[in-house]
Design a protein around this ligand. Sequence first.
Ligand code: SF4
Length: 374
Amino acid sequence: MAMTRSAPDSCPGVLRLHQAADGPLARVRVPAGRLEPAQVLALARAASDLGDGNIELTSRGNAQLRRVRDAAELTRRLEQAGLLPSRTHERVRNIVASPLSGRVGGRADVHGLAADLDAGLRAAPRLAELPGRVLFTLDDGRGDISGLGGDIGVHATDADEFAVLLAGRDSGIRVSAADAVPVMLAAAHGFLEVSSGQWRLREVADGPRRVADSLGLATAPQRLEFGATHEIPIGWLTQDNGLVALGACIRLGSLPARLAEFLAATERPVLLTPWRGIVLADLEEWAAEQVVRVLAPMGLIFDAESPWLLVSACAGKPGCAKALTDVRADVAAAVGEVTERQHWSGCERRCGRPPGAITDVVATPAGYRVHPAH
Ligand code: SF4
């Protein structure tokens, strides 16, 4: 039976910081993970001037700053950089999209839809009431996003046809590109009608069917199945237009501000991925070669064989009061031995665990316990 929520969700934002064990934490929503170079620079400078010197990447392609010293100054800077375009809707802008869409493969370009969805969310006063946990997904048909367990999403089945996903499952509803955003916004309103205080659509009794009914659209008999994939963009990727995108892994999703400043200096868009990595897009070949030469020694990982691609970890000590150990330091010490996907946690809650088959390494008072993938 679904758990009944007795309190509003407490997802952090910029205007509402989370009091972590190591200090205030700010989460910056980055719809579709897309950052302009000036925004990367603004985040980097905020991380070094006002935070702990790192930009943390989240499993929703958002950015976090830890140990924030001056929340008012952070707000001012992020608003100036266009990273806080709405004070009323900041925490509901949880939108993930296929990072390579429109550049490398895929059936449709969903990044324009993501921008329209963001604008539509911000323009609807009632949708400010959505819980901060609600996740919107846009998959360009390659299947990298639809398995992430979103609440409301679309999945391209053709250049101009999308399956509507509710609670991560195909609802059977098919819409055109022009209707994709209006239908997602209608589904968000539908969620609020049935949510009864729940944070996720899957927690609402019969939620997906009730929201689908509220849309009043015909359903196709066949249903698509989506699973979690681990085909993260890594290394040299030739774009459909001949330019180059570079996919890079960031160790445990923690991007040092100095490295982010170098990324900004390329003057190219940066996409934060839900696998806590980045894609640096639209590079000429010579520039891509330079980036690899300069930034690989600084810590960007372009090698698909790196064991860092296999590991993820929760915050652990000192960021989390519940942590039994400094998980991230322990992962760093052990990563050379890792040969399978692993998620390390500082306690049984297993925060940030990616979906799918993955070995859990969980701290207990008696040391780490390993739960093999199944
Ligand atoms: S898994 Fe436990 S230790 Fe890790 S961040 Fe979550 S609550 Fe904290």
